[in-house]
Design a protein around this ligand. Structure first.
Ligand code: SAH
Ligand code: SF4
Length: 364
């Protein structure tokens, strides 16, 4: 089988070229052609010698994932659905704002962690995306959106907040992050690339050494009792450990705060006493809060908190000096809002069980 060069960051590509007897700068050239020039074939890489192009053609491909659909919402939100085989699709969402353009990327087909309020979690886990499938999402969106009239990239920020738990697909996510940050790739600033995790403590520790980018943590509860119920991973890494990991992360992070995401579920985690408890919980951790009004899906069993309760909750956090924003729901009309991504994961229940054993088993 031919090697897919889209799976390689610059180091791996350089190594690959060395094995072919080629100089390191060739790897940089090819990387720029693929990720900046949007090239899909070696024929397009006109500054490579014909002989090298022929050699590459024989042994390698630029394996861009197949685009199944592209949609645009009334509010300018855009969505791409990529084919990842076996009847599955993963989604990528672009959210334009005045000062920035944010691309929301998926890391897995489904998710094994089963947070009760998340439609991806309810659908089960199919498989990890390859590095090519992760970076392929940025490749497509970048190709579609291009640059502004000022010649700046339309995509200024990337958040790993689509389907899946990025830290459960660690190696492929780190390779994709490396390509995002590389000046020969997408040249994004570390501060503008965010990994969102439901709290996989060991991987948070690894990420701060391997590829420190901005970190968002899906907190969603102010105590272990509520969090155990809605984020089952909490049974393995309870709040005390999670908060300690956040503080360790901050010693190496490119930003001096953690973003805590907090889904607002009516009657579950949205009471004033929860907000007060939260203030205590995070008192030693520099952070900002992002309150996410729950996005409903069929048979979820949850309701979105009222705007009034969300505002009361926000005020309590703000009065305690915590910067708090309420996430606007975007792209509702194309099902592009948080937790609404990709219709149908073909659940491989056995595989999901296996993954859950790995992630959710309680520690000895
Ligand atoms: N697995 C990672 C990243 C993907 S989810 C994580 O959990 O952090 C991105 C964010 O959307 C998370 O904070 C997640 O908890 C939240 N989310 C999931 N389902 C949601 C829903 N139905 N309504 C609102 N937010 C949701
Ligand atoms: Fe997985 Fe994140 Fe959904 Fe939880 S919220 S099930 S970790 S995608």
């Amino acid at each position: 089988m031919k090697t897919n060069l889209l799976n390689f960051d610059l180091n791996a590509l350089t190594e690959h070229f060395a094995q072919m007897g080629e100089k390191p700068f060739r790897a940089k050239q090819v990387m720029r052609w693929i990720h900046q020039g949007g090239a899909e074939s070696f024929d397009e890489m006109t500054d490579l010698a014909k002989s090298l192009r022929a050699k590459l053609q024989e042994k390698a491909v630029v394996g861009i994932p197949v685009l199944m659909a592209a949609q645009e919402s009334r509010d300018g939100t855009r969505k791409w659905l990529l084919d990842v085989g076996t009847g599955n699709g993963v989604e990528t969402v672009f959210i334009p704002e005045t000062e920035r353009g944010t691309l929301c990327i998926s890391s897995q087909v489904g998710c094994a962690l089963e947070c009760t309020f998340c439609s991806t979690g309810r659908q089960g886990f199919n498989r990890n995306l390859t590095a090519a499938e992760i970076i392929g999402q940025l490749w497509w969106a970048n190709k579609a959106l291009g640059v502004t009239p000022k010649n700046e990239r339309v995509i200024s920020n990337v958040v790993m907040m689509g389907m899946g738990e990025p830290m459960a697909n660690y190696d492929n996510v780190v390779t994709a992050l490396s390509i995002m940050l590389d000046d020969h790739g997408y040249g994004l600033s570390r501060r503008r690339v965010t990994v969102s995790t439901s709290g996989m403590v060991p991987q948070m520790d690894r990420l701060k050494e391997d590829m420190p980018v901005a970190l968002a943590v899906s907190l969603h509860a102010s105590n272990d009792k509520v969090r155990d119920e809605i984020v089952p991973l909490n049974k393995k890494y309870p709040l005390k450990e999670l908060m300690a990991a956040c503080n360790r992360y901050l010693t190496k992070a490119p930003r001096d705060f953690i973003t805590f995401e907090y889904v607002m579920l009516d009657g579950v985690n949205d009471k004033p006493e929860h907000a007060h408890e939260l203030v205590q919980l995070v008192k030693d951790t520099p952070c900002k809060f992002n309150l996410i009004p729950f996005n409903p899906f069929p048979n979820s069993g949850y309701e979105r908190s009222s705007n009034k309760n969300i505002n009361i909750f926000k005020e309590i956090l703000m009065e305690a000096g915590l910067v708090t924003t309420v996430r606007k729901t975007r792209g509702d009309d194309i099902d592009a809002a948080c937790g609404q991504l990709a219709g149908q994961v073909q659940d491989k229940t056995k595989r999901q069980e296996k993954w859950q054993q790995i992630y959710l088993e309680t520690k000895p």
